[in-house]
Design a protein around this ligand. Structure first.
Ligand code: ASP
Length: 308
């Protein structure tokens, strides 16, 4: 069974602050990304290409905290992180603290396929991009009024925070995708702008293999969203896989154990999407909502934001 799941971040606007119009806008963006990724799988394409295409589509939307919609850092810039992994050979690629790159997930894929490394950061990652003739977008491409206002509110303080709504509830707009292709190969990709007003070269879980992103054909592919520090400390994405491999838990049980129990025990808020080699999908979260969608070849199709 081919299947794909995507997320546009856990947290979301509080139900009261969400208008019907906004909800439609988010759902349409999720629907488009889901269709892009699923089309790759339907044509017999690989799970790696499917998750890359879905994430590129989400990065190109201003609604999510990744690519175009990335949040502002303490110095008013955009520093993005992304990763991708494929479950057959455990090949992986990741970049962090990159600027001006329209689609950081594509750069992460190039690290995986065109370098001998897994993880490139900052100036080095930018040099690598230049060597592959990536063109850079001007700052104006990444400007978004909502993100700018979020930054203005806290820019003179020491606080840094996850992408949030007007009401200051937590909202994480990181994006991700997981897929199982026609050959039963799994892949996961995750991309983020990180946290508003972040400084000191802060890097979250999204580009860290095993923390925010993981894929292994033996078990599952996982992409996380939430307070990155907790997902790093809980090695959350790999933990789902380990529970399946070493404790024989099902995808659903393993994903729920990590999100509803282990992360909550350390006060980690967020969620994840996961798929196994049989095409089963899990999308648990412990926040008010998580922008999410999934589709498989057995006519499952879901696009949701809140719990119900
Ligand atoms: N996990 C991301 C980070 O900590 C944030 C998010 O999910 O929106 O950078």
């Amino acid at each position: 069974m081919i299947s794909i799941a995507i997320h546009g971040g856990a947290g979301t606007l509080l139900k009261g602050a969400m208008t019907a119009e906004k909800e439609e806008e988010y759902k349409a963006a999720l629907q488009l990304a889901l269709a892009k990724g699923y089309a790759v799988l339907e044509k017999g394409g690989t799970s790696v290409d499917a998750v890359e295409q879905a994430v590129i589509c989400l990065e190109d939307s201003h609604l999510f905290n990744a690519g175009k919609g990335s949040v502002f850092t303490a110095t008013g810039k955009h520093e993005m992180d992304a990763s991708i992994m494929e479950g057959e050979s455990l090949q992986a690629g990741a970049v962090s603290l990159v600027s001006g790159i329209k689609n950081p997930v594509a750069l992460a894929k190039d690290v995986m396929q065109k370098s001998n490394h897994v993880f490139l950061a900052g100036d080095g990652a930018m040099e690598f991009a230049k060597s592959l003739k990536y063109s850079l977008e001007p700052d104006s491409y990444f400007y978004d009024e909502l993100r700018y206002n979020q930054w203005q509110e806290i820019k003179d303080s020491d606080s840094f925070q996850l992408d949030h709504s007007d009401k200051k509830d937590s909202k994480f707009g990181t994006v991700g995708a997981v897929a199982c292709d026609v050959n039963g190969n799994l892949a996961a990709a995750t991309s983020t702008g990180g946290m508003t007003n972040k400084k000191f070269g802060r890097i979250g879980d999204s580009p860290m293999i095993g923390a925010g992103n993981y894929a292994n054909n033996k078990t599952c592919a996982v992409s996380c969203t939430g307070s990155g520090e907790f997902f790093i400390r809980g090695v959350a994405a790999y933990d789902v896989s380990a529970l399946m491999e070493f404790k024989n838990l099902s995808l659903n049980d393993a994903a729920a154990e990590v999100v509803q129990k282990r992360l909550m025990e350390i006060k980690g808020d967020g969620g994840l999407i996961a798929v196994d080699a049989n095409g089963n999908i899990a999308m648990p979260f412990n926040t008010e909502g998580m922008y999410r969608a999934c589709k498989n070849s057995e006519s499952l199709e879901e696009i949701s934001i809140y719990k119900d």
